[in-house]
Design a protein around this ligand. Sequence first.
Ligand code: NAI
Ligand code: MG
Length: 350
Amino acid sequence: MSRVVKLAVIPGDGIGPEVVAEAVKVLDAVTAGSGVEFEKTPFSLGAARYLETGDTLTDADLAAIGEHDAILLGAVGGVPGDPRLKDANIERGLLLKLRFELDHYVNLRPSKLYPGAAGPLADPGDIDFVVVREGTEGPYVGNGGSIRRGTPHEVANETSVNTAYGIERVVRYAFSLAGRRRKKLTLVHKTNVLVHAGGMWKRIVDAVASEHPEVDVDYLHVDAATIFLVTNPSRFDVIVTDNLFGDILTDLAGAVTGGIGLAASGNINPDGAFPSMFEPVHGSAPDIAGTQKADPTAAILSVALLLDHLGLTDEAARVTRAVEDDIAGRDATPRSTAQIGDAIVDRVQA
Ligand code: NAI
Ligand code: MG
């Protein structure tokens, strides 16, 4: 029996198209002959499209993307500081809009220090944890405004929105993930200062914990969490946290596990009402765009997350294993983006 998966592909800007080309190669290789066919629709979105047309994400784009089963995104964004992009706000108008409109309430960011990967920590131990970052609430919802702009009396508010509904659903996802992993969940917040939002997060975690006696639960303030991510990252299994703290912690997590070229992520709508979106954590890296210097591994690991999400767990495991073997075999020989992709394709097919 054959299954068709409709995949929206957004290569984006800078190194986005370069890393997506390799990710798609690996996707095609691992699903060849499996009876699952990925029908891909390319979408031209990002800074280049904005410069051409003045649009970031139209209603028509959104509706067309929404027709798909999943989305693979490279990276979007132009050269930071480009005056022509001053009013574009690609981050809010495109990435955040997709996450909010497609109700990607789980932002999943696994962090693993692969054997052979060079990380900055002298004695890292086994690093293998997943950050479950809330994706649709918190201070990122755009609930704010400013008055008296540009005067000494300027007032700027950016209100963090937290709902019991929004917290409970992401907390439930995190518990269920912890139950399938090493059964440890850490809530990260700042309950001592952000008493209203933090208090609600804590109460909801405690309530859901009572349904999961198999999961060991602890709590860390976000500042303490940054210490442990560096001094003892192996203490973590699943971290659940809000949108802003999760954004910051996952950059640190990416750094301790060997860098931005390896960090993958999923923007997930677990209910399946909307397509989930998979993307490397890194941006469009204009400094190396077009030079084949980008590491496509993060994009390829995003394909593994995509396959896993679609229930293609064997295929996902094959991609992950191929990447692990490739990383373990790395030496100082420089390889182009395409050479790394080809090497991983070879391992997937072996
Ligand atoms: P960036 O992640 O694009 O680059 C930071 C540094 O990491 C650069 O030196 C770059 O060369 C390097 N780097 C990134 N990915 C790499 C890879 N796969 N292999 C090797 N080196 C890699 O972040 P930056 O410079 O702050 O932002 C550049 C543009 O990307 C901006 O327009 C920004 O808004 C956008 N951006 C987009 C994101 C997305 O699409 N999800 C996320 C972050 C930034
Ligand atoms: Mg970030």
